[in-house]
Design a binder for this molecule. Structure first.
Ligand code: NDP
Length: 477
């Protein structure tokens, strides 16, 4: 399968004439090739976006909302194809690709279409004047996305960006090009004006050319914290609008008064969804001392009951990790856990059929006995690897949860909602769930603090980020 760049309404081979292989995470085999775009490819995509900007940004928002609806309809028709491609490209179970990735890519376009259509201009009356706040497009946007939720995150950026009148250049992860290409095919099929959405494939170099180009006015980046720092260094000196959604090391805090059965289900899902490769995953589990043994028995049983195997199999709960390199990184934390004095309660290599032997496989791994300051319990691993710790009091749990450089998300499990809320408000993080996890309402702010990022997207926060407010003050006669 040969994937092409999409620039000014045309699918193009890279000007660089260079290509990269795309590998299947579950078999290790090459499944296609993508352009290794060079500077000239990126610059031509930026020029296309710049050229399309005046006309697109001057459209009425309700007309742009209609385009978002058309894209949503066309994506919905391709629902099964999205799930299939996403599962093949990322190694995630097909059931998850359907329920999360395919579903959200459609609902992202529908949600922002409605928001943009329903939005009313803010007006502030003074005694002798009227202030109108108009939201205008920022300009050309660079949208850079990671490999764990490829179309989910790309559509989360494209929909509000173009809905607010910007034109964009997308740069998906080199590891997961397939659904980004599908979105370009959809955009082509519905006939969106050329240049409004452009996409270049390639490695981090393409991303850095994009963020450093003076014709790019805003950067929305989701990815690792160290890459986010490079993006900030490249974009900030030019005062580009910048949103950074970065890594996390999130706690699941289990109090003794929780509904243990529901909590074990929720904590297992939070730990291992998408093989633990979700920035929101609860990878450090803090359990109140009095129920620790009972929790561990039930949790380990729940983890070991998960079916790991062929992502295309309907019964699979856990698929493969994204790449050989990433598998090595996650496995290095298993060695580190032993060096740091931990015990591996469950984990190892799964037993799989021959055709999957070349893939990037690792069983869900649970580690106990580590200090809460250990590297394994404070650094982002981003794989099927969790550490479990005991705590004795509310204060103790809050202190441990806050002891990490990240501040993205978390979950609290308790029968006392008052306590749930009190503890939630003491955790230094951008998002926190009580008695649930990844229960998303698209209207709420999404993002983190500390090393987890800068800014928020979601609902009106996305509309705010992808626009510039203009205050017009009309003095009365
Ligand atoms: P990376 O930071 O490695 O890559 C993210 C994107 O940035 C990719 O498209 C990558 O291209 C590109 N890129 C790489 N170098 C540069 C550069 N110098 N300038 C501009 N762009 C560049 O992240 P991963 O893809 O490995 O994704 C995993 C990370 O994403 C985890 O840390 C996870 O926590 C985080 N994440 C955060 C979320 C959040 O909302 N907070 C949500 C999902 C993931 P290429 O892949 O081609 O190198």
């Amino acid at each position: 399968m040969k994937i092409l760049n999409y620039i000014k309404g045309k699918f193009n081979e890279p000007i660089s004439s260079e290509w990269m292989d795309n590998f299947s995470p579950s078999t290790g085999k090459v499944i296609g090739s993508i352009p290794l775009s060079g500077d000239a490819d990126v610059i031509s995509a930026i020029a296309a976006a710049k050229g399309a900007l005046p006309e697109w940004s001057s459209l009425d928002p309700s007309d742009r909302a209609l385009w978002l609806d058309k894209i949503a309809d066309c994506l919905e028709e391709k629902f099964e194809e999205i799930a299939h491609l996403e599962s093949m490209d990322t190694g995630k179970p097909i059931s998850l690709a359907r329920s999360v990735d395919a579903r959200r890519s459609v609902s992202n376009f529908r949600f922002f279409s409605e928001m943009i259509r329903d939005r009313e201009e803010e007006v502030f009356e003074m005694e002798d004047a009227t202030n109108i706040v108009k939201l205008r497009a920022v300009g050309v946007g660079a949208l850079i996305t990671p490999w764990n939720l490829p179309l989910y995150l790309l559509s989360w950026k494209v929909a509000p960006a173009i809905g607010m009148g910007n034109t964009v250049v997308c740069k998906p992860s080199e590891l997961t090009p397939l659904t980004a290409d599908l979105l370009m095919r959809v955009i082509d099929e519905v006939g969106l004006p050329p240049g409004v959405v452009n996409l270049v494939h390639g490695n981090g170099n393409a991303g850095s050319v994009l963020t450093g180009n003076p014709d790019v006015d805003l950067v929305s980046f989701t990815g690792g914290t160290s890459t986010g720092s490079k993006v900030a260094m490249s974009a900030s000196p030019q005062f580009k609008k910048l949103s950074l959604e970065l890594g996390g090391k999130n706690s699941s805090i289990v109090f003794s008064d929780c509904n243990l059965e529901e909590t074990v289900k929720g904590v297992t899902r939070a730990a291992f969804l998408n093989q633990g490769q979700v920035c929101l995953c609860g990878s450090r589990i803090l359990v109140e001392e009095s129920i620790y043994d009972q929790f561990m028995d039930m949790f380990v049983e729940s983890v070991e009951s998960m079916v790991i195997g062929d992502p295309m199999d309907e019964d699979t709960d856990l698929g493969a990790l994204i790449s050989k390199q990433h598998l090595e990184k996650v496995e290095s934390y298993v060695s580190l856990a032993l060096e740091e004095g931990g015990q591996i309660v469950t984990g190892g290599k799964p037993c799989l059929p021959k055709e999957l032997e070349g893939g990037n496989w690792m069983s869900p791994t649970v580690v106990t006995g580590l200090g809460t300051e250990s590297r394994c319990s404070t650094e982002e691993v981003f794989g099927p690897f969790v550490t479990v710790h005991r705590f004795n009091s509310e204060e103790d749990a809050i202190k441990i949860a806050n002891n990490t450089r990240y501040g993205l998300a978390g979950s609290i499990w308790t029968g006392d909602l008052e306590r749930g809320r009190r503890v939630a408000e003491s955790i230094h993080t951008g998002m926190i769930w009580v008695n649930t996890w990844l229960h998303r309402d698209l209207r709420v702010p999404f993002g983190g603090i500390k090393d987890s990022g800068v800014g928020r997207e979601g609902g009106k926060w996305s509309l705010g980020f992808f626009s510039e407010p203009l205050n017009v003050c009309l003095k009365h006669d």
